[in-house]
Design a protein around this ligand. Structure first.
Ligand code: ATP
Ligand code: MG
Length: 450
């Protein structure tokens, strides 16, 4: 290709020697070090790259270690017995060490002046296949953010900075490499990555990188729903859910990913906002405590406002309660799954959590025991506790059920009316039946579980 028409300038790296940065091999996983050394010993270039270098420089603990090399995937495979090649859009080598997987990617080219083999396929500006091998310089400018394009060199333990990532780490700012609109058209998920990383790192998004969100956000509608499900889990189930939610909302991306949530919140329902925020905060604390979390509960929280309002709307028009709830759930799940492919095992649980909610209002002996025996009782009860944000009556109902679970069955049975005289959810129903003997309550750190 004629050098005059090249659309990029090959950058010269700043090289930060070992003594001038904080990365220590102590903090790199043994598995990643083995892969780096094996590649190096076989004569290839081998670098730790991406989020791991970024997080190590920030003093954090990377959750995965990615490696970049000039060895092709086939060459990598020859070096490691425990290696499999994956991916169509990007061909990658996975080197497997028990539960740990080290991802090894061959330097990716820009497709122009490509020195290596491989192929790239672009449809309407969107990369659908991208296997053009290149140089490390090209690999650097193909990455999304400048802070994600730092390379830790195993040959001399230096860090190579091709695009100014070190400065951004200091400034705590996320800058996209290249022209933001072009980079988002190539891969709209980069918009979500901006929001997720800003939330996770507490960085600001460069205004030039956030400016195209409003115009290009609709392109997320063309992204693979399965990929958006994975990306949603990374945003909401990795310990920074509440922050991610706030960033998504502030930068206007929430409506492209969770239209129903954005709509319901826009109706100005402050109670719903507290419910969602509390649900996300509980999930974050569970993760911090090492407890399990399920996507079903999370999505049930995010979509609740719309499901509830639809169900109530239909009931007001005379549709029977059970029918109204199941119709509302099917409608909201159906719409959401066109964007974010929530697997069926989770949507089934979400529907159960929602449809059990009206049953908490039926304080009557047989019904109470039947509900407590339901396999989704725990998740549905945790959900009810979140709904304390909706009204004082809901808070009281949550307290009633928390207390009821502490009581011996016979005491509870004796305190319950055999049939229900008071309308559902009314505090008088709760007051009549409320067993007030013991005040001990289990710590309810369970919200977010199912
Ligand atoms: P995390 O801490 O969540 O793992 P990460 O930046 O490491 O964040 P990964 O998905 O593990 O995210 O990606 C590893 C690296 O691959 C990134 O740091 C970036 O350099 C590059 N990368 C990932 N996704 C894209 C993308 N959509 N476009 C360009 N580069 C990307
Ligand atoms: Mg990573």
């Amino acid at each position: 290709m004629n050098p005059e028409t090249r659309t990029f300038v090959t950058p010269e790296p700043a090289i930060i020697p070992r003594e001038q940065h904080v990365i220590s091999r102590k903090n790199i996983s043994k598995a990643a070090l083995r892969v780096l050394y094996r590649l190096h010993d076989a004569g290839y270039d081998a670098f730790l790259v991406g989020g791991a270098v970024r997080d190590l420089l920030l003093g954090g603990h990377p959750k995965d270690f990615d490696i970049a090399t000039n060895a092709t995937p086939d060459e990598v495979k020859k070096l490691f017995r425990n290696c499999r090649l994956i991916g169509r859009r990007f061909r990658l080598a996975h080197v497997v060490f028990g539960p740990e997987i080290i991802e090894v990617a061959t330097f990716r080219g820009t497709g122009e002046d490509a020195p290596g083999e491989g192929d790239r396929h672009i449809v309407d500006g969107l990369i659908v296949r991208d296997n053009v091998w290149g140089s490390i310089e090209e690999d650097a400018i193909r990455r999304d953010f400048r802070v994600n394009a730092l390379y830790y060199d195993i040959s001399d333990f230096s860090v190579r900075d091709y695009v100014g990532g070190m400065q951004d780490l200091q400034d705590r700012a996320l800058h996209l490499i290249g022209d933001p609109a072009t980079r988002y058209r190539e891969d709209p998920v980069r918009m979500l990555r901006a929001a997720r990383l800003a939330a996770k790192l507490g960085f600001t998004i460069d205004p030039k990188a956030s400016a195209p969100f409003e115009e290009l956000g609709p392109l997320l509608g063309d992204a693979a729903p399965a990929r958006l499900f994975d990306e949603s889990l990374k945003m909401f189930l990795a310990g920074n859910g509440l922050k991610s939610f706030h960033v998504l909302e502030q930068c206007g991306l929430l409506k492209f990913l969770f239209p129903a949530t954005a709509r319901a919140l826009k109706r100005g329902d402050e109670a719903l906002r507290s419910l969602v925020e509390q649900g996300l905060a509980n999930t974050d604390s569970r993760i911090a405590e090492g407890k399990s979390v399920t996507p079903a509960f999370l999505f049930a929280v995010l979509l609740w406002g719309e499901v509830r309002d639809l169900a109530h709307g239909w009931m007001a028009k005379g549709v029977d309660g059970t029918e109204a709830w199941s119709r509302a759930a099917a409608h909201v799940v159906g719409e959401q799954c066109q964007r974010v492919a929530i697997p069926r095992r989770f949507t089934l649980t979400m529907e159960e959590i929602w449809s059990l909610q009206p049953r908490f209002e039926q304080i009557q002996r047989k019904r109470v025991f039947r509900l407590m025996a339901h396999p989704r009782f725990r998740a549905a009860f945790d959900f009810l506790l979140l709904r304390a944000a909706e009204s004082p009556a809901m808070r009281e109902l949550g307290q009633w059920w928390a207390h009821a679970q502490q009581l011996p069955q016979d005491v509870l049975a004796a305190a319950l009316p055999a049939s229900m005289a008071t309308p559902v959810g009314g505090s008088s129903a709760v007051a009549t039946a409320a067993p007030r003997k013991r005040r001990r309550r289990k710590p309810s750190g369970k919200s977010g579980s199912a």
